[in-house]
Design a protein around this ligand. Structure first.
Ligand code: FMN
Length: 336
């Protein structure tokens, strides 16, 4: 009998949150995550790339292992230069963002704002692959900007190019991250595509993942975002590792303490540093039984010292179980 390949789990990118310091510490602190996608770089240019555009992607002038860089662009020269420059630093694979739903981006025909224009997409892809790029290109997208059928034309087009994978978040741009995921739409994409498909969206606990695995048993790679930010042990749990509540508490505490140290070293403005930690804890509050109480304690903090004191109290509060973490994802988070 053919043995099934082990599943791949990746951490989704979050602009402003999952920067290289977060990503590195996350991979060191929690198991089960095979790769991390970096938040998109925009406006990197067609002639030369300034170092500041690459700063989130390099550590000591080298590629960061386990990381996939991402670009948002509607210019083939920009995408090729980005990929070429990063391959010189040791990256083999870049991801093109065709999913960002925010109006200021989508209305410039970037992110999912390119999906209604298959002609433009074709030109960009032709130009990229005509140059025989030295890097692998994958795409992260959604079902459409205005309506779900937009993706079907795009997928037929994608089938003509050697993409390394196609990550699909089954919502349309107009939904942002709200409402339900369209699993039938995802299934249609899967049937239509010749590429290796990655599922992304609303994997909020182990039970939610297992339901999806039954529906889409041929999917090997699963990208998880908010579910992992809420419960960083989710990937370990899915891969069958047992973590006791005491271990979770100890490892979460250590992670937050180290992240706070790193953050206060790199952001000298105290309130900005505390602001970043608050954004992290907005999600992680769902690791606790009473996330509203946890976040209200964190929200009041204005300095790193106040944040530290608040978290030292919080870490002793009861932790959530899988169902409670899932409830926070579905009902507690304000989905933008
Ligand atoms: C605040 C925020 C920032 C995001 N930034 C990016 C980004 O830079 N690139 C990207 O491809 N997706 C980005 N996303 C989308 C997530 O990577 C992911 O696709 C989305 O949260 C759905 O997955 P989930 O349901 O597992 O969270 C962002 C989402 C949010 C809420």
């Amino acid at each position: 009998m053919k043995s099934k390949k082990p599943i791949i789990i990746s951490l989704a990118p979050f602009q402003g949150l999952t920067d290289k310091y977060f990503r590195t510490l996350f991979l060191e602190s929690f198991g089960g995550v095979d790769r991390v996608y970096a938040p998109f770089v925009s406006g990197s240019g067609t002639e030369r790339i300034s170092k500041s555009k690459l700063s989130d992607l390099l550590m000591n002038e080298r590629a960061i292992s386990g990381t996939i860089p991402q670009i948002i662009s509607n210019d083939s020269d920009e995408i090729v230069l980005f990929g070429k420059t990063l391959s010189d630093y040791g990256y083999r694979h870049i991801n093109w963002n065709l999913g960002c739903p925010f109006r200021r981006i989508a209305n410039k025909n970037k992110g999912c704002g390119l999906l209604p224009y298959p002609g433009k997409l074709e030109k960009i892809l032709d130009n990229i692959f005509d140059k025989q790029p030295s890097f692998e290109l994958s795409i992260k997208t959604r079902l459409g900007y205005h309506q779900k059928d937009e993706i079907f034309e795009a997928i037929k087009l994608f089938n003509q190019y050697p993409l390394s994978e196609l990550i699909i978040h089954p919502r349309i741009g107009k939904q942002l991250y709200k409402g339900v995921v369209n699993l039938e739409g995802f299934n249609q994409c899967k049937l239509l595509s010749d590429h290796s498909i990655v599922y992304n969206g609303d994997i909020y606990n182990k039970a939610a993942f297992e339901k999806l695995l039954v529906m889409f048993s041929d999917i090997e790679h699963w990208m998880m975002g908010r579910g992992l930010l809420i419960n960083p042990f989710l990937a370990e749990q899915i891969k069958g590792q047992k973590v006791s509540k005491d271990q979770r508490r100890e490892r979460l505490h250590k992670f937050i303490k180290r992240l706070m140290d790193i953050t206060s070293n790199r952001i000298s403005n105290e309130s900005k540093a505390a602001g970043y930690m608050k954004a992290v804890c907005y999600y992680m509050a769902g690791s606790f039984k009473d996330p509203e109480k946890v976040f209200s304690k964190i929200k009041k903090t204005r300095t790193t010292e106040e944040f530290d004191n608040a978290f030292n109290e919080i870490i002793n509060l009861p932790l959530s179980n899988d169902v409670e973490a899932g409830n926070y994802f579905v009902h507690g988070l304000k989905h933008i």
